[in-house]
Write a protein that binds this ligand. Structure first.
Ligand code: KIV
Length: 296
Protein backbone atom coordinates (compact mmCIF):
# COMPACT_ATOMS: atom_id res chain seq x y z
CA UNK A 1 0.00 0.00 0.00
CA UNK A 2 1.55 3.34 -0.97
CA UNK A 3 0.85 6.51 0.92
CA UNK A 4 0.11 9.75 -0.95
CA UNK A 5 3.27 11.84 -1.27
CA UNK A 6 2.87 15.31 0.18
CA UNK A 7 4.21 18.29 -1.76
CA UNK A 8 3.11 20.86 0.82
CA UNK A 9 5.12 19.70 3.80
CA UNK A 10 1.90 18.52 5.43
CA UNK A 11 1.56 14.97 6.65
CA UNK A 12 0.80 12.54 3.84
CA UNK A 13 -2.77 11.35 3.56
CA UNK A 14 -3.05 7.74 4.54
CA UNK A 15 -6.07 5.47 4.46
CA UNK A 16 -7.45 3.47 7.38
CA UNK A 17 -6.79 5.81 10.25
CA UNK A 18 -3.96 7.82 8.75
CA UNK A 19 -0.56 8.76 10.03
CA UNK A 20 -0.23 11.55 12.55
CA UNK A 21 2.37 14.20 11.76
CA UNK A 22 5.29 14.13 14.12
CA UNK A 23 3.85 16.74 16.45
CA UNK A 24 6.51 18.66 18.33
CA UNK A 25 6.90 16.68 21.51
CA UNK A 26 6.72 19.44 24.07
CA UNK A 27 5.47 17.09 26.76
CA UNK A 28 7.91 14.91 28.61
CA UNK A 29 7.70 11.16 28.07
CA UNK A 30 5.74 9.68 30.97
CA UNK A 31 7.82 7.16 32.92
CA UNK A 32 7.53 5.82 36.46
CA UNK A 33 10.02 8.49 37.53
CA UNK A 34 7.94 11.20 35.89
CA UNK A 35 4.77 9.91 37.60
CA UNK A 36 6.53 10.09 40.98
CA UNK A 37 7.63 13.64 40.17
CA UNK A 38 4.10 14.64 39.15
CA UNK A 39 2.79 13.24 42.44
CA UNK A 40 5.46 15.11 44.40
CA UNK A 41 4.76 18.36 42.51
CA UNK A 42 1.00 18.02 42.98
CA UNK A 43 0.40 17.79 39.23
CA UNK A 44 -2.72 15.69 38.73
CA UNK A 45 -2.30 12.54 36.64
CA UNK A 46 -4.86 11.95 33.87
CA UNK A 47 -5.46 8.30 33.01
CA UNK A 48 -7.90 7.05 30.38
CA UNK A 49 -8.69 3.58 29.07
CA UNK A 50 -8.21 2.69 25.40
CA UNK A 51 -8.39 -0.63 23.65
CA UNK A 52 -7.18 0.05 20.11
CA UNK A 53 -4.46 1.95 18.25
CA UNK A 54 -6.43 4.96 17.00
CA UNK A 55 -8.23 5.86 20.22
CA UNK A 56 -4.96 5.41 22.13
CA UNK A 57 -3.11 7.79 19.77
CA UNK A 58 -5.87 10.40 20.06
CA UNK A 59 -5.87 10.09 23.86
CA UNK A 60 -2.12 10.56 23.86
CA UNK A 61 -2.18 13.62 21.63
CA UNK A 62 -4.88 15.12 23.86
CA UNK A 63 -2.40 14.97 26.74
CA UNK A 64 -3.47 11.85 28.63
CA UNK A 65 -0.58 10.79 30.91
CA UNK A 66 -1.33 7.06 31.05
CA UNK A 67 -3.38 4.91 28.71
CA UNK A 68 -4.90 1.93 30.49
CA UNK A 69 -5.83 -1.19 28.57
CA UNK A 70 -8.39 -2.19 31.17
CA UNK A 71 -10.10 -5.53 31.34
CA UNK A 72 -13.23 -3.33 31.18
CA UNK A 73 -12.77 -4.17 27.50
CA UNK A 74 -14.76 -7.31 28.32
CA UNK A 75 -17.79 -5.11 28.92
CA UNK A 76 -17.33 -2.15 26.54
CA UNK A 77 -15.77 -3.98 23.57
CA UNK A 78 -16.96 -7.55 23.93
CA UNK A 79 -20.41 -6.96 25.41
CA UNK A 80 -19.92 -9.25 28.38
CA UNK A 81 -21.75 -8.59 31.63
CA UNK A 82 -18.58 -8.50 33.73
CA UNK A 83 -14.79 -8.49 33.35
CA UNK A 84 -14.40 -11.97 34.83
CA UNK A 85 -14.12 -13.95 31.59
CA UNK A 86 -11.54 -11.73 29.86
CA UNK A 87 -8.54 -13.89 28.95
CA UNK A 88 -4.83 -13.17 29.00
CA UNK A 89 -4.71 -13.65 25.22
CA UNK A 90 -7.44 -11.03 24.75
CA UNK A 91 -5.51 -8.62 26.99
CA UNK A 92 -2.30 -9.37 25.07
CA UNK A 93 -4.01 -8.64 21.74
CA UNK A 94 -5.51 -5.30 22.83
CA UNK A 95 -2.29 -4.28 24.61
CA UNK A 96 -0.36 -4.92 21.40
CA UNK A 97 -2.89 -2.88 19.36
CA UNK A 98 -2.59 0.07 21.75
CA UNK A 99 1.20 -0.21 21.97
CA UNK A 100 1.50 -0.16 18.19
CA UNK A 101 -0.81 2.86 17.95
CA UNK A 102 1.20 4.74 20.55
CA UNK A 103 4.57 3.79 19.10
CA UNK A 104 3.61 4.65 15.53
CA UNK A 105 2.57 8.13 16.60
CA UNK A 106 5.60 8.84 18.79
CA UNK A 107 3.51 9.00 21.93
CA UNK A 108 4.26 10.39 25.37
CA UNK A 109 1.77 8.39 27.44
CA UNK A 110 2.71 5.43 29.63
CA UNK A 111 0.91 2.20 28.74
CA UNK A 112 -0.66 0.22 31.60
CA UNK A 113 -2.32 -3.16 31.05
CA UNK A 114 -4.61 -5.12 33.36
CA UNK A 115 -3.86 -8.66 34.47
CA UNK A 116 -7.22 -10.39 33.97
CA UNK A 117 -9.02 -12.60 36.49
CA UNK A 118 -7.38 -15.96 37.15
CA UNK A 119 -3.99 -15.04 35.66
CA UNK A 120 -2.25 -14.03 38.92
CA UNK A 121 -4.27 -15.69 41.68
CA UNK A 122 -2.49 -19.04 41.91
CA UNK A 123 1.10 -18.02 42.63
CA UNK A 124 3.69 -15.28 42.28
CA UNK A 125 5.22 -17.30 39.44
CA UNK A 126 1.91 -17.41 37.58
CA UNK A 127 1.56 -13.64 38.05
CA UNK A 128 5.09 -13.06 36.73
CA UNK A 129 4.52 -15.27 33.65
CA UNK A 130 1.23 -13.45 32.88
CA UNK A 131 2.82 -10.02 33.40
CA UNK A 132 5.66 -10.93 31.02
CA UNK A 133 3.11 -11.69 28.28
CA UNK A 134 1.65 -8.17 28.62
CA UNK A 135 5.06 -6.47 28.96
CA UNK A 136 6.24 -8.23 25.80
CA UNK A 137 3.08 -6.99 24.06
CA UNK A 138 4.16 -3.41 24.88
CA UNK A 139 2.82 -2.66 28.38
CA UNK A 140 5.06 -0.46 30.54
CA UNK A 141 3.20 -1.13 33.78
CA UNK A 142 0.91 -3.94 34.95
CA UNK A 143 -2.28 -3.37 36.94
CA UNK A 144 -3.72 -5.98 39.26
CA UNK A 145 -6.77 -5.94 41.49
CA UNK A 146 -6.85 -7.03 45.11
CA UNK A 147 -5.98 -6.30 48.72
CA UNK A 148 -3.43 -7.69 51.15
CA UNK A 149 -3.04 -11.05 49.44
CA UNK A 150 -1.56 -9.30 46.36
CA UNK A 151 1.26 -7.64 48.34
CA UNK A 152 3.69 -10.51 47.87
CA UNK A 153 2.83 -10.66 44.16
CA UNK A 154 3.48 -6.92 43.78
CA UNK A 155 6.86 -7.32 45.53
CA UNK A 156 7.74 -10.29 43.31
CA UNK A 157 6.94 -8.32 40.13
CA UNK A 158 8.59 -5.04 41.14
CA UNK A 159 11.76 -6.85 42.32
CA UNK A 160 11.93 -8.27 38.80
CA UNK A 161 11.61 -4.89 37.12
CA UNK A 162 7.91 -4.82 36.34
CA UNK A 163 6.23 -1.55 37.39
CA UNK A 164 2.90 -2.19 39.11
CA UNK A 165 -0.37 -0.34 39.56
CA UNK A 166 -2.42 -1.84 42.41
CA UNK A 167 -6.22 -1.53 42.64
CA UNK A 168 -8.32 -1.35 45.84
CA UNK A 169 -11.93 -0.53 46.69
CA UNK A 170 -14.46 -1.81 44.21
CA UNK A 171 -12.54 -4.47 42.33
CA UNK A 172 -14.75 -5.48 39.36
CA UNK A 173 -13.13 -8.93 38.99
CA UNK A 174 -14.57 -9.89 42.40
CA UNK A 175 -17.90 -8.09 42.05
CA UNK A 176 -19.77 -11.35 42.78
CA UNK A 177 -18.11 -11.64 46.19
CA UNK A 178 -18.68 -7.92 46.89
CA UNK A 179 -22.41 -8.29 46.17
CA UNK A 180 -22.51 -5.74 43.34
CA UNK A 181 -20.97 -2.45 42.23
CA UNK A 182 -21.09 -0.78 45.64
CA UNK A 183 -19.00 1.81 47.44
CA UNK A 184 -16.25 0.13 49.47
CA UNK A 185 -14.67 1.25 52.75
CA UNK A 186 -17.69 2.88 54.36
CA UNK A 187 -17.34 0.94 57.60
CA UNK A 188 -14.51 1.85 59.98
CA UNK A 189 -12.97 -1.65 59.90
CA UNK A 190 -13.09 -1.77 56.07
CA UNK A 191 -11.49 1.68 55.89
CA UNK A 192 -8.75 0.64 58.32
CA UNK A 193 -8.04 -2.48 56.27
CA UNK A 194 -7.92 -0.49 53.02
CA UNK A 195 -5.42 1.98 54.49
CA UNK A 196 -3.24 -0.88 55.74
CA UNK A 197 -3.39 -2.60 52.34
CA UNK A 198 -2.52 0.65 50.55
CA UNK A 199 0.56 1.18 52.71
CA UNK A 200 1.65 -2.44 52.27
CA UNK A 201 1.22 -2.23 48.49
CA UNK A 202 3.30 0.94 48.42
CA UNK A 203 6.00 -0.73 50.53
CA UNK A 204 5.94 -3.67 48.07
CA UNK A 205 6.83 -1.21 45.29
CA UNK A 206 3.52 -0.25 43.64
CA UNK A 207 3.98 2.98 41.65
CA UNK A 208 0.26 3.70 41.26
CA UNK A 209 -2.83 2.70 43.22
CA UNK A 210 -6.32 2.84 41.72
CA UNK A 211 -9.00 3.56 44.33
CA UNK A 212 -12.41 2.73 42.88
CA UNK A 213 -15.74 3.71 44.46
CA UNK A 214 -14.25 4.73 47.78
CA UNK A 215 -15.59 7.58 49.97
CA UNK A 216 -13.69 10.81 49.21
CA UNK A 217 -12.53 11.21 52.80
CA UNK A 218 -10.95 7.77 52.83
CA UNK A 219 -9.33 8.21 49.39
CA UNK A 220 -7.94 11.60 50.46
CA UNK A 221 -6.62 10.17 53.70
CA UNK A 222 -4.92 7.25 51.91
CA UNK A 223 -3.45 9.70 49.37
CA UNK A 224 -1.97 11.85 52.13
CA UNK A 225 -0.31 8.83 53.75
CA UNK A 226 1.42 7.67 50.56
CA UNK A 227 5.09 8.64 50.27
CA UNK A 228 5.86 7.56 46.73
CA UNK A 229 2.83 5.81 45.28
CA UNK A 230 0.32 8.00 43.39
CA UNK A 231 -3.37 7.29 43.97
CA UNK A 232 -5.66 7.34 40.94
CA UNK A 233 -9.33 7.72 41.76
CA UNK A 234 -12.47 6.58 39.99
CA UNK A 235 -15.58 7.46 41.94
CA UNK A 236 -13.33 8.39 44.85
CA UNK A 237 -13.62 12.19 44.95
CA UNK A 238 -11.09 14.83 44.00
CA UNK A 239 -8.45 14.25 46.69
CA UNK A 240 -6.44 11.62 44.82
CA UNK A 241 -3.23 12.26 42.87
CA UNK A 242 -4.99 11.52 39.59
CA UNK A 243 -8.17 10.26 37.96
CA UNK A 244 -9.11 7.46 35.59
CA UNK A 245 -12.26 6.91 33.52
CA UNK A 246 -13.39 4.28 31.06
CA UNK A 247 -13.23 5.97 27.64
CA UNK A 248 -16.70 4.88 26.49
CA UNK A 249 -18.27 6.28 29.67
CA UNK A 250 -16.66 9.71 29.37
CA UNK A 251 -17.74 9.87 25.72
CA UNK A 252 -21.33 9.28 26.88
CA UNK A 253 -21.40 5.83 25.26
CA UNK A 254 -22.96 3.76 28.01
CA UNK A 255 -25.79 1.39 27.09
CA UNK A 256 -27.09 1.21 30.65
CA UNK A 257 -27.37 3.71 33.45
CA UNK A 258 -24.27 5.90 33.67
CA UNK A 259 -22.44 5.70 36.99
CA UNK A 260 -22.93 8.87 39.03
CA UNK A 261 -19.19 9.54 39.17
CA UNK A 262 -18.82 9.79 35.37
CA UNK A 263 -18.91 13.07 33.44
CA UNK A 264 -19.86 13.05 29.76
CA UNK A 265 -17.05 15.08 28.18
CA UNK A 266 -18.68 14.99 24.73
CA UNK A 267 -21.11 17.57 26.05
CA UNK A 268 -19.53 20.84 25.05
CA UNK A 269 -16.94 19.19 22.76
CA UNK A 270 -17.24 18.97 19.00
CA UNK A 271 -14.91 15.99 18.55
CA UNK A 272 -13.65 12.96 20.42
CA UNK A 273 -10.18 14.49 20.62
CA UNK A 274 -11.80 17.63 22.07
CA UNK A 275 -13.57 15.50 24.70
CA UNK A 276 -10.27 13.82 25.61
CA UNK A 277 -8.57 17.23 25.89
CA UNK A 278 -11.44 18.56 28.04
CA UNK A 279 -11.05 15.54 30.35
CA UNK A 280 -7.29 16.10 30.69
CA UNK A 281 -7.80 19.81 31.39
CA UNK A 282 -10.51 19.11 34.00
CA UNK A 283 -8.35 16.50 35.77
CA UNK A 284 -5.31 18.79 35.74
CA UNK A 285 -7.13 21.85 37.07
CA UNK A 286 -9.03 19.80 39.65
CA UNK A 287 -12.50 20.60 38.26
CA UNK A 288 -13.17 16.90 37.62
CA UNK A 289 -14.60 15.32 39.65
CA UNK A 290 -16.81 17.96 41.23
CA UNK A 291 -19.05 17.49 44.27
CA UNK A 292 -21.74 15.79 42.18
CA UNK A 293 -19.45 13.28 40.47
CA UNK A 294 -19.05 10.71 43.19
CA UNK A 295 -20.02 7.12 43.85
CA UNK A 296 -21.93 7.51 47.10
O1 KIV B 1 -10.61 -2.23 33.70
C1 KIV B 1 -10.60 -1.00 33.84
O2 KIV B 1 -10.86 -0.23 32.91
C2 KIV B 1 -10.26 -0.47 35.14
C3 KIV B 1 -10.48 1.00 35.40
C4 KIV B 1 -11.92 1.28 35.55
C5 KIV B 1 -9.70 1.48 36.55
O3 KIV B 1 -9.83 -1.19 36.00
Amino acid sequence: MSETVSTSGAAPAAPYGGTRPNAEQKRKKVTVTRLAQMRADGEKIAVLTAYDATFAAFADSAGVDCVLVGDSLGMVCQGRSSTVSVSLEEMRYHTQCVAQGLERHGSTALLIADLPYGTFHQSREQAFASAVVLMQAGAQMIKLEGGGWTVEIVAFLTERGIPVCAHLGLTPQTVAALGGYKVQGRQADEARQMKADALALEAAGASLLVLEMVPAELATSITSQMKSCATIGIGAGSGTAGQVLVMHDMLGMNLGRMAKFVRNFMQGSSSIEGAFAAYVAAVKDGSFPNNEQHAW
